[in-house]
Design a protein around this ligand. Structure first.
Ligand code: PBG
Length: 325
């Protein structure tokens, strides 16, 4: 008799056996591609800290989304980069604002073949770079901001968004957006809530992509979560579910696998995770140096996010990984 009798390697012997017993599967259906559209440019502009990612023109965005539809991606998340910013971030709710114009283009281009998600925030549109209205004393005014988010929600819904994704971490933002959508006669528009969003240095490349720097070297610690906290995420998620969120998101992804798992077991609605710009940039940078196989590492990372419990993964790797799945 040979020992040990229990040999887990039996089920790892061939690719077909491994496939048969895999506990989770990363699929193109899980992935959402974040996309940037910039006003006032004639050619797509590369984002140096996000190799392979560009700020699109309206025209190049249409072509890209048509390509992503052909790849089978179910959804995109749109971010607008306006030509002019102001203290209020008025471009965010202007019916002619860049995100709204792009949403109308995309609805026309792809119909219902791709879910159009719109990030709902003010930071890309404000000259101070905060996600809300800054009061005289320099703090971000929660309730004044909610009123702006309601306007953005209406504008995005009118422009054709299937899903709006409030990302500013204001208290009550989901309730304010739900009410605005319902009052505007858009009860069918869903809310993907950035429910547990942590303050993180991993958003650096994203801020290059949207041209945001926070005035006076400030940060978002007074509204985004503290990375030391896990239970607090469950409080945030419970509030968002109560307020009407249809999907709840955790962000960033790899630093929060425990949070994703905890959220998955605490709610029965879909859970999303955002594999953010810094997570993408680190893999790309090491790949460029020949230190790692970037695509293989990307697949491993996204598989880990899936295993942790995410049903939906927003990632800059969406197209690249979709091609290889
Ligand atoms: C806010 C927003 C941010 C990201 C998504 N929505 C920036 C922030 O919170 O500072 C970051 C995404 C990424 O890093 O990929 N509009």
């Amino acid at each position: 008799m040979s020992y040990p009798a229990r040999r887990p390697r039996r089920l790892r012997r061939t690719p077909a056996l491994r496939r048969l017993v895999a506990e989770s599967r990363l699929s193109v259906d899980d992935l959402v591609a974040p996309l940037f559209v910039r006003e006032g440019i004639d050619e797509p502009q590369p984002v140096p800290s996000l190799p392979g990612v560009v700020q699109h023109t309206r025209e190049s965005l249409r072509k890209e989304v048509a390509r992503l539809a052909d790849l089978g991606l179910p959804a995109v998340m749109l971010f607008g980069v306006p030509e002019a910013k102001d203290p209020e971030g008025t471009g965010a709710w202007d019916p002619e604002g860049v995100a709204q114009a792009a949403l109308r283009d995309l609805r026309h281009e792809v119909g219902d073949a791709v879910v159009l998600m719109a990030d709902l925030c003010l930071d890309e549109y404000t000259d101070h770079g905060h996600c809300g209205v800054v009061a005289g004393d320099g703090t971000v005014d929660n309730d004044a901001t909610l009123e702006r988010y309601a306007r953005v929600a209406r504008a995005q819904a009118e422009a054709g968004a299937d899903v709006v994704a409030p990302s500013g971490m204001m208290d009550g933002q989901v309730a304010a957006v739900r009410r605005a959508l319902d009052e505007a006669g858009r009860p069918e528009v869903a809310i993907l809530a950035y429910a547990a969003k942590y303050s993180s240095a991993l958003y650096g490349p994203f801020r290059d992509a949207v041209g945001v720097s926070i005035a006076g070297g400030g940060d978002r610690r007074s509204y985004q979560q503290d990375l030391r906290n896990r239970r607090e995420a469950l409080v945030e998620v419970a509030l968002d579910v109560e307020e009407g969120a249809d999907v709840v998101m955790v962000k960033p992804a790899l630093a929060c696998l425990d949070v994703i798992a905890a959220v998955r077991s605490s709610v029965d609605i879909p859970v999303a995770a955002y594999h953010v710009s810094g997570e993408y940039a680190m893999v790309k940078a090491a790949d460029e140096r020949g230190w790692i196989d970037g695509r293989a590492v990307a697949v491993e990372q996204l598989a880990a996010v899936k295993r942790a419990g995410a049903d939906v993964i927003v990632t800059y790797f969406a197209a690249e990984v979709a091609e290889s799945l």
